[in-house]
Write a protein that binds this ligand. Structure first.
Ligand code: ADP
Ligand code: ADP
Ligand code: ZN
Ligand code: ZN
Length: 850
């Protein structure tokens, strides 16, 4: 545990004192923030809330903490840059519960993140029912990630990977020369293997299926690795002649069978893309020994309440809670089964252990259930969780950690929560506060902001036009702050004006939908209108919209199954993809295209940016290529791309920065020493358009560029749409890696709005208001309406009732989460759903309708 911080002499007691914060867009701000309180940071997206809460306060707390630990331990942290700030006093040690902006990099499960799996292993080890004569096992023996526990057949993966002739040679009408053995390595290495076969006298010019079985088997499955002379570039006949003459070969080549190559590469490669490539040539099946349970038989033979530990890890947490509850009872009576009773008599000490562990588990599960996560199972892998679910999981873990004197810095904890679930979240936050901690929360949901002890409102607008603290004090005081956007929403009780609902011009009807908790569901989406899908978290909204609807429409449109939403390295080890069952029975005739507008980054490297993504940069480059100097030097538009060798800086290959690999830490980018971030070579930078070179243009904000390019209709149009979606403050060249999820989403929307005229497109958005201030959310609704007015259909999964109230149609899923959800509770106009009897959404929606 970290030591009590030293409170600065001049600081107010009980306050964190910040002086001269300048991180990102912060304008040299100074403020005092109370400790032991719920402090909510508000302001429009891009105003600088995160720069203050995470970039400054959390970064500084972490820096101080890391200074106190050994250099070795320091390397294990994801270190944040040292914040730009003059002085901070009175800052307690901090724990950040930040939502992952990209995708999580480490593999883990609900059980490991919550540490519940550790306790369960202890329970099985110490208090499980062992078959007669079997020795007690250590807790590690119940983990598939340890050598003691892992099933020896599948190494704890639960699945075994094998190759078949079909998987290695998908098209057997090809010859070896035509790459029949698709699993072979690409390029030179593959040709080398072919040339070795030529030397060895195999026929590489006959279709695979016509080769003798003996040859096919050897080529695919042999474990021999003969080394033979290779005559590169010679025909089989010439090779035979060369062998006879004993000519000097081009080199000696070593053969590897296709299975050997695939399995070894899969097991040993460190490159995610190589691993992914070879995985395509393998088939996986459930491990026959452990039947997918990943553990040794000894471990699986131990039961508790009749279930093995793998069964328990697959139960929803709510059921696990109900199962453990009787064991946690004060009388140490244990469960009700005959074996429980027998045990209680024979091993009283075991019953005490059972009770202790069960009590602890039940208490921790209480918090998870209260936070609305009772539908998750321990074995659920974290990459399949939404960022909000993961954050609440970590929050619940903290609530039970008994830390005090800590500041928790949270990023929009209400994300993904139905208003009915938000209440429980507030209770968990109160518990942390009551145990003597401080809470610094970046939040947009009005129900959470209203509960703040203290509000720090940042603004007035985004980027360069934000970065000031408009208000820091108890909530009532914000009423008087005219420049605050938050004020309008917090104190203005009048519901937004309701406009006439649009009528649908057809229905997209789905039948027999089965996936996750959806079971043979029929559902209709109206076409040509704006629809919100609502329901408590875990009710099945994402399963229906982001999985089923997307899959089925993509298949009908021939867009193919969309790429899974996982990172490269992750999807291999995923269980075999769960297929969507169901069909579309009407409505496809009026859809030509489907687009998902999500908050995922527009690119993963600094090479993509706003200007390249929207296509705006193509127009700008044409303008540069049309200048006098460019024409005289014969520079074409490609010359002005930092992705093309001609014009870019060669040191950084046009990235403007160079990647520095650090041991044990994520790689960092440092400015390029040659071009100092300009990305281009000196010759290219000599060309100017209206006295600005291409690098200077990339440095302009959208607003500045709109003025600069006035009179250039194509560029102006793109810039105009970007300003309309509220991104006027971004720089054209701002790398994708610096953009927030909300910014990425708006760039995607702007790109779509530029071409909205087409119509007949289905737009799908899953919780698009995450990270958006109510004023940004209103703006988003306007943009979605423009898409609808242009003849498109929009479906959003949404929790913000202001937004739901503005939609034409609502489909409410539920009534509860997991097994208790998955049905359509109500469907109709917002007014109709607000009157629905069994809908948990109705009351909240009613409050937002006049
Ligand atoms: P908020 O949390 O209020 O949405 P942020 O603090 O994330 O706002 O962003 C404030 C400003 O700082 C924005 O203009 C944003 O583009 C910029 N910004 C955010 N992260 C970075 C970064 N890593 N590097 C440079 N600028 C950044
Ligand atoms: P919502 O979007 O309403 O929060 P989801 O569709 O995410 O709900 O979840 C509905 C149910 O399906 C839950 O019980 C959840 O645990 C389960 N589920 C969702 N995604 C997956 C997945 N990738 N793997 C396994 N179960 C899932
Ligand atoms: Zn196994
Ligand atoms: Zn460079």
């Amino acid at each position: 545990a970290a030591a009590e911080p030293i409170v600065g002499g001049q600081g107010r007691p009980g306050f964190v004192r910040v002086r001269g914060a300048r991180e990102h867009n912060l304008k040299d701000v100074s403020l005092d923030i109370p400790r032991d309180a719920l402090v909510v940071f508000t302001g429009v997206s891009g105003s600088g809330k995160s720069s203050l809460a995470f970039g400054t306060l959390y970064a500084e707390a972490q820096r101080r903490y890391l200074e106190s630990v050994s250099p070795y331990a320091r390397r294990l942290f994801h270190q944040m840059p040292v914040p730009e700030v003059d002085e901070i006093d009175g800052l307690p040690p901090a724990v950040a519960l930040q939502q992952q902006r990209g995708s999580p990099t480490t593999r883990s499960s609900v059980g490991s993140v919550s540490t519940l799996s550790n306790s369960l292993r202890m329970l099985y080890s110490r208090a499980g029912d062992y078959p007669a004569g079997q020795a007690l096992l250590y807790a590690e023996s119940f983990s598939p990630n340890t050598p003691e526990g892992a099933c020896p057949e599948c190494s704890g993966l639960g699945r075994v990977y094998e190759v078949t002739e079909q998987s290695l040679v998908p098209d057997d009408s090809l010859t070896i020369r035509e790459r029949a053995v698709a699993a072979w390595p690409p390029a030179w290495h593959g040709q080398n293997l072919r040339d070795i076969l030529v030397t060895m006298g195999y026929d590489v010019d006959t279709p695979w299926r016509d080769l003798p079985k003996k040859d096919r088997d050897w080529i695919l499955y042999t474990d021999e690795t003969p080394t033979v002379p290779v005559y590169a570039g010679l025909t089989p006949e010439q090779t035979r002649a060369a062998l006879k003459r004993e000519d000097t070969p081009s080199y000696q080549g070593t053969f590897t069978g296709a299975r050997r190559y695939v399995l070894q590469t899969f097991a040993n490669t460190e490159s995610a893309s190589m691993k992914k490539r070879v995985a395509r040539y393998m088939v996986s099946t459930e491990c026959p020994l452990c039947r997918g349970k990943r553990l040794r038989q000894e471990a699986l033979s131990v039961t508790f309440a009749g279930a093995d530990i793998a069964d328990i890890s697959r139960m929803p947490l709510a059921r696990l809670h109900a199962m453990l509850q009787p064991y946690a009872g004060g009388k140490a009576q244990g469960g009700k089964t005959a074996s429980d009773k027998r045990r209680a008599k024979l091993h009283p000490e075991q019953m005490i252990v059972t009770q202790r562990i069960a009590e602890d588990l039940v208490a921790r599960l209480d918090v998870l259930l209260a936070l609305g996560l009772g539908y998750l199972a321990l074995e659920r892998s974290t990459p399949t969780l939404s960022p909000g679910e993961l954050q609440r999981l970590r929050l619940a873990t903290q609530v039970r950690s008994n830390l005090f004197g800590v500041v928790y810095v949270l990023d929009e904890p209400s994300a993904g929560l139905h208003p009915a679930d938000t209440e429980a979240l507030l209770v968990a936050l109160d518990q942390l506060k009551a145990s003597g901690n401080s809470l610094f929360v970046v939040e947009h949901a009005l129900d959470v902001i209203r509960r703040a002890d203290w509000i720090v409102d940042v603004g007035p607008a985004a980027g360069e036009r934000g970065g000031e603290v408009l208000y820091s004090g108890p909530p009532e005081g914000l009423k008087k702050i005219e420049a605050s956007q938050t004020r309008r929403y917090l104190f203005d009780d009048a519901p937004p004006a309701v406009r006439a609902r649009r009528e649908s011009n057809g229905w997209l009807r789905l039948e027999g939908v089965t996936r996750n908790n959806l079971d043979n569901l029929s559902v209709e989406f109206p076409l040509g209108v704006l629809t919100a899908v609502t329901g408590v978290s875990g009710s099945g909204k994402s399963s229906l919209v982001s999985q089923v609807l997307v899959d089925l429409v993509a298949t009908e449109l021939g867009q193919g199954a969309p790429a899974p939403e996982l990172d490269e390295a992750d999807d291999l080890e995923q269980e075999a993809a769960i297929p969507t069952q169901g069909r579309i029975v009407t409505g496809m005739e009026s859809l030509r295209r489907m687009v998902r507008v999500d908050q995922k980054p527009i690119g993963r490297t600094p090479r993509s940016n706003l200007a390249t993504y929207t296509g705006l940069f193509d127009q700008v480059r044409k303008l540069f290529a049309a200048t006098k100097m460019a024409r005289a030097r014969r520079y074409d538009a490609g010359r002005f791309s930092f992705n093309v060798a001609k014009g870019r800086c060669e040191t950084c290959a046009g990235e403007g920065s160079v990647m520095v690999e650090l041991l044990f830490l994520p790689s960092v980018y440092a400015p390029c020493p040659t071009c100092e971030g300009a990305r281009y070579n000196a010759k290219t930078l000599e060309v100017t358009y209206k006295d600005r070179n291409i690098a200077e243009v990339l440095g302009m904000t959208v607003d500045a560029a709109a003025e600069f390019f006035a009179g250039e209709p194509l560029v102006e149009r793109s810039l105009e749409v970007l300003r309309e979606v509220g991104l006027g403050y971004l720089r054209l060249g701002q790398p994708a890696t610096e953009l927030s999820g909300g910014e990425a989403q708006r760039i995607k929307l702007a790109t779509e709005l530029q071409r909205a005229g087409r119509g007949n497109t289905l737009y799908i958005l899953d919780e698009p208001t995450t990270g958006l201030h109510p004023s940004d959310a209103d703006r988003l609704v306007n943009q979605l309406e423009r898409l609808v007015d242009a003849g498109n259909t929009v479906v959003v999964v949404e929790h913000t009732m202001r937004v739901v109230a503005a939609c034409d149609w609502v489909i409410d899923i539920g009534p509860g989460a997991g097994d208790e959800g998955g049905t359509v509770v109500a469907a109709g106009t917002p007014e109709a759903v607000a009157r629905a009897k069994h809908s948990r959404t109705a009351a909240y929606l009613r409050a937002c309708l006049a």
